[in-house]
Design a protein around this ligand. Sequence first.
Ligand SMILES: Nc1nc(O)c(N)c(N[C@@H]2O[C@H](COP(=O)(O)O)[C@@H](O)[C@H]2O)n1
Length: 211
Amino acid sequence: MTREKPAAAKTTELKRALGKSPTAPVLSEYDGAIRFYRANEKPYGAFSNLYPRPIEFEGRVYPTSEHAYQAGKASKPVVREWILSAPTPSLAAMAAHGLYVWDVVPNWAQIKFDRMRAVLRAKFEQHADLKDLLLSTGDARLVEAGTVNNAVNRLWGEVDGKGENTLGVMLMELRSEYAKPKVKRASRSGSGALATGEKMKSTSKRSMVIA
Ligand SMILES: Nc1nc(O)c(N)c(N[C@@H]2O[C@H](COP(=O)(O)O)[C@@H](O)[C@H]2O)n1
């Protein structure tokens, strides 16, 4: 009996046959997912936190979203500056991974997810082209497809189809939010007020308008 190969294995096989790197971003013809990892891969490498775009976050400008995220890990300013002095985002991450527990802010394991969400929001709100790229992916599954099988890659992404893909999920959540039409509440006394004699059609006291 021949077994059907998992989609990730088929994609890797196809890329090898085409002479592409196994991490090359593709819109997989097998499962429709968009996989990214290396920041220099076009176009979806821009979804990596290592992609070089300055982010203003909590009153400071960082060269990448990885720097903005990792800066939150250090409990002491001097250690934070040491992390941020790394010449590349991957070295900043490596420096942060090497911290002693007493140099890490309390509850980092819990608070880091909210920080990542906030950093990603800043990245896509401050760069319209990146927001457009995110929206252009429609409802495709976004996956940070790690190359090395380790706990970090399986938490933030997937390796060979296995992992929590936390970064991919956060990006998809942000994309859904941006894709939704903005709903504003009509003010009671503002421009949404009814003209004299006009009848309110809706039974609801507060009507909604689509921006
Ligand atoms: N492109 C790329 N290269 C790596 O080596 C990576 N580890 C990642 N993933 C990102 O690394 C960050 C790890 O966060 P923690 O320090 O483990 O909390 C995170 O931003 C991943 O998205 N990407």
